[in-house]
Design a protein around this ligand. Structure first.
Ligand code: G16
Length: 557
């Protein structure tokens, strides 16, 4: 069916679900046989060439979600973020620009696994009834995508799904994930007291760059920041951002910007590679100008994560590498905000949210300064926990995170009368930080500007930032198993309840090492089980991590 005729047919259908149109369109989007999809840590993620049916069905659900939210704009992002290029995925964005309300996730999983049009319609019907969706409300959905070769075909499936539901659509085109989150929030808050910014890509750069300019006024850059763009959409976004920030305020050298070469995305570069391998992006040590003291950072494939790093010696030596990951960013930001809040004399509290992956040293450091909460992996969990603080700093160790200012905190910051010039300066900084930080979701560009502002304000280099605490030696491993869903965790993923007996074996092993910790959890974005290990003695780390990985493999065999 052609799109315009589908749109008009569906638009005319306001009483119930457009079942005939769904049945018709379904023929093009049957579920691939023998595959079980799951709406996991960050939406649905698997090989890109088998995702069309999921994208079509997620579009149907997004239209329903918009209807449920009174016709507010919601978003759909086609990306597999940190995964390699052959993978792809789809994540739904709610009307305030945050992740999809978790009670809708099981419906997504059911819908993408439906084996017939009838089953699919039954799932949607159930959703409409249980969640009391008024089908007569018009739906508005914006969609965007990253640079993966499978994106055009998956976007087509999204468009067909939205047309089937008669939704009004906005094609955001190539975007970073956080940009799409920004656009949703900005659109829905336009003309209200909570207006988030102009709902355009240019509005996004404008908001960030103006706040940045205020915060670094009179503090010119002393160094060039080298950015590894993971050969992804971040390369494009950074180039645009540079058009808005003059070199006199920010000196950037963008590397790994090749979005055209097949297979280059996240390959040997990007935040995940650097964090997991605790080393420079492949081949960077040979680049001209990469030397000791150089400030470096890496985005991931959709620019929603960032990690920093620097070299203490020659780039060719492994030991020269020093990582400043999400934990270090959280510590830097929490400290800075705490200082500002105190200096400003505003009665608000800064809190921090981490996951089990947070390095033990970072948790110890933060707990001495602010309240700290631990949640399961996934920004959706951290985001909600951070909302409980006046100012909630949340970062996963992998560099995914942001800072939330509650409405009350923002009001207090805007209404407090400064008692001294120092208090006035702190208040002005807080006001600009509220604009600089993308509060919808972790955002590599916004987080990068935040780190630059703090380092510039403190007149620190990476080494001074790094000296806050020393990370405990740690290692992340992936174990490929037949069925990762047989691994079930509790206690914010710090303990396994299934398979039975495995946790006791892990505990037994960990007890043999000094100041050690290890946990195991199934990934929500890759087909593997992840093992994290930390040890007080560096020389013992590999033996512990490999030992736990072996236990996992043995239990899964
Ligand atoms: C996504 C999530 C993150 C999570 C990461 C890894 O990141 O948004 O919250 O930490 O996946 O998750 P898992 O260990 O379950 O595979 P991204 O950057 O890939 O969207």
């Amino acid at each position: 069916m052609s799109l315009p005729s589908a749109i008009s047919a569906a638009a005319a259908h306001t009483e119930g679900l457009p079942t005939m149109l769904i049945e018709e369109a379904y023929k093009e989007y049957p579920k691939p046989e023998g595959i079980k999809f799951t709406y996991g840590t960050a939406g649905i993620r698997t090989k890109g060439d088998i995702l069309q049916s999921s994208c079509f069905r997620m579009a149907l659900i997004s239209a329903l979600r918009s209807k449920k939210l009174g016709g507010k704009m919601v978003g759909v992002m086609v990306t597999a973020s940190h995964n390699l290029e052959e993978d792809n995925g789809i994540k739904a964005i709610d009307s305030r620009g945050e992740m999809l309300e978790s009670s809708w996730e099981p419906y997504c999983t059911e819908a993408v696994n439906a084996n017939s049009a009838k089953e699919l319609i039954a799932v949607l019907d159930q959703l409409v009834k249980t969640c009391k969706v008024d089908l007569s409300v018009p739906a508005l959905v914006i969609y965007g995508h990253d640079t993966r070769p499978t994106c055009p075909m998956l976007v087509k499936a999204v468009v067909e799904g939205l047309a089937t539901m008669g939704a009004t659509v906005i094609d955001a085109g190539l975007k970073t994930t956080p940009q799409l989150h920004y656009l949703v929030r900005a659109h829905n808050t336009q003309g209200t007291p909570d207006a988030y910014g102009e709902p355009t890509e240019m509005g996004y750069y404008d908001k960030l760059s103006k706040a940045f300019a205020k915060l670094v006024a009179g503090k010119p850059p002393k160094t060039t920041l080298v950015v590894d763009c993971a050969n992804g959409v971040g390369a494009y976004a950074l180039m645009q951002l540079q058009q808005h920030i003059p070199e006199s305020l920010l000196k950037v050298r963008a590397l790994r910007t090749d979005i055209k070469t097949r297979g280059a995305l996240n390959d040997g570069c990007g935040a995940d590679y650097v964090k997991t391998n605790q080393r420079l992006p492949l081949g960077l040590e040979k680049e001209k100008g990469i030397e000791a003291g150089q400030r470096l950072c890496s985005y991931d494939g959709d620019a929603d994560r960032i990690v920093y790093y620097y070299l203490r010696g020659p780039p060719q030596q492994k030991e020269s590498f020093r990582l400043l990951d999400g934990d270090k960013i959280a510590s830097l930001a929490a400290d800075h905000l705490n200082d500002l809040v105190k200096r400003a004399g505003v009665a608000i509290e800064v809190g921090c949210v981490q996951t089990a992956y947070a390095n033990g040293s970072s948790t110890k450091y933060l707990e001495q300064r602010v309240p700290v909460t631990c949640t399961p992996t996934g920004v959706k969990h951290l985001h909600h926990a951070a909302e409980r603080y006046d100012v909630g700093v949340y970062f996963e160790a992998n560099g995914h995170g942001t800072i939330l200012f509650s409405s009350e905190a923002q009001q207090k910051i805007h209404e407090t009368s400064p008692s001294s010039p120092a208090a006035e300066d702190a208040l002005e900084q807080l006001k600009s930080l509220i604009d600089l930080i993308n509060q919808t979701v972790g955002d590599a560009l916004s987080d990068m500007l935040l780190v630059e502002v703090i380092l510039r304000t403190k007149d620190w280099d990476c080494q001074e930032w790094d000296s806050a605490y020393e990370d405990l030696p740690n290692k992340l491993l992936k174990v490929n198993v037949k069925d990762r869903f047989m691994f079930v965790t509790e206690d914010a993923e710090r303990k396994l309840v299934k398979p039975e007996g495995l946790q006791a074996k892990i505990d037994e092993l960990v007890a043999k090492y000094k100041d050690a910790r290890s946990f195991v959890r199934p990934s929500g974005t890759e087909d593997c089980v992840r093992v994290y290990a930390e040890a007080g003695v560096a020389g013992e780390l590999n033996s512990l991590a490999n030992g736990v990985a072996k236990l996992v493999a043995d239990f899964a065999a």
